[in-house]
Write a new protein. Structure first.
Length: 152
C-alpha cells in the first residue's frame, strides 16, 4: 500500500485528533486483540486472536451523481479491497496466516472515511523449560528410636 502516509498501532488517535497531532491521510492503524489460549501438551499453548486493520482515507468530496470529484470519491471504495489483498494470508513466525473474518461497512467522519477489516490468526506459544527447580530436602533414612522401639 505505497500510497499510505502514516502507519501506527490503533490507539484511537482519530477520536481526538487535536490531542494526537495532525495525522496525515491516508493512514493505517493496526490493533492486536486479546488472545485466548488453550493448553496443549509439554507446556505448549495455542491462542486465537483477532487483528483489526483500520484504513483512514481523505474524503473531501461527495459521491452523489454529478458531484465534483464524484469518480475519485467512488474510487475510494476500491481501497477496501487493498486491505484484503495486502493482509489476507500475511504471517510471521509463530502465528498462522491471517484470514479475513469481518469487513465492516465504511464509517464517515469529518473529512475522512474509515474502512475496517478484522482478521483471525492463531499464535503458537511454548514455555522454555529452564533451571527453575525447587530443591527438596534429602530424605532421612537413618534408624530412629520411638518409644523404646527401634525402626530400621
Amino acid at each position: 500500500m505505497p500510497y499510505l502516509k502514516f502507519r501506527d498501532l490503533q490507539k484511537n488517535q482519530m477520536h481526538a485528533p487535536v490531542q494526537n497531532y495532525p495525522i496525515p491521510l491516508p493512514a493505517i492503524f493496526i490493533e492486536i486483540g486479546d488472545i485466548r489460549f488453550s493448553n496443549l501438551l509439554e507446556h505448549d499453548q495455542k491462542g486465537d486472536s483477532v487483528i483489526s486493520i483500520y484504513l483512514y482515507l481523505d474524503l473531501v468530496t461527495d459521491s452523489f451523481d454529478g458531484a465534483e470529484g464524484e469518480n475519485e470519491t467512488i474510487n475510494l471504495l476500491d481501497r477496501m479491497d487493498d486491505v484484503f489483498q495486502t493482509f489476507e494470508g500475511f504471517a510471521v513466525p509463530g502465528m498462522t496466516p491471517l484470514v479475513r473474518l469481518t469487513e465492516f461497512k465504511p464509517q464517515y467522519g469529518t473529512r475522512f472515511i474509515l474502512y475496517r477489516v478484522d482478521f483471525t490468526t492463531t499464535v503458537d506459544s511454548h514455555k522454555e523449560q529452564g533451571g527453575m527447580f525447587i530443591p527438596t530436602p534429602d530424605p532421612d533414612i537413618r534408624s530412629k528410636v520411638v518409644n523404646d522401639f527401634k525402626f530400621s
